[in-house]
Ligand binder design. Sequence first.
Ligand code: SF4
Ligand code: SF4
Length: 157
Amino acid sequence: MSDPIDRKGLRPKFWEQVPLRNMAPKEWEALCDGCGKCCLNKLEDEDTQEIAFTRVACRLLDGETCRCAQYDIRKQFVPDCVVLTPQNIDEIGYWMPETCAYRLLSEGKALYDWHPLISGTPATVHENGISVKGWTVPEFEVPEDEWEDYIIEEPGT
Ligand code: SF4
Ligand code: SF4
């Protein structure tokens, strides 16, 4: 399976050696495992700040490739799509999936063996049931007041 993210020519094991703030832009991009879970709509309990993931995906998510269909110009279509940066990850990491590489590193945790940087292939994310491949529903098919019926346990946790 070809990797949609360019992970060539990076410093060996940079994710273990280089703090998030000091990573090169290409290294930062290479941290994404391609799971697609950050593109699921979530519900947040206002009192407890607890996050529940749903099967209802952003309108731009391709449910088979787990990729954004318009990544480069996505803000034109989805203005509130969150762009993770080394500056905001510590603050909004709690809002990301528990297996998200950015969240893991910002919490001082290690990447999982299925991460493409370690396994050498993006296929392991799907093979280990971490990604959203094949089970999402597009948000234009489900009214927002019904999202509660689509709550799931985060896969891979
Ligand atoms: S949850 Fe994190 S690792 Fe997974 S696709 Fe989103 S940004 Fe990438
Ligand atoms: S706009 Fe793209 S990157 Fe942002 S949530 Fe939607 S599918 Fe994901």
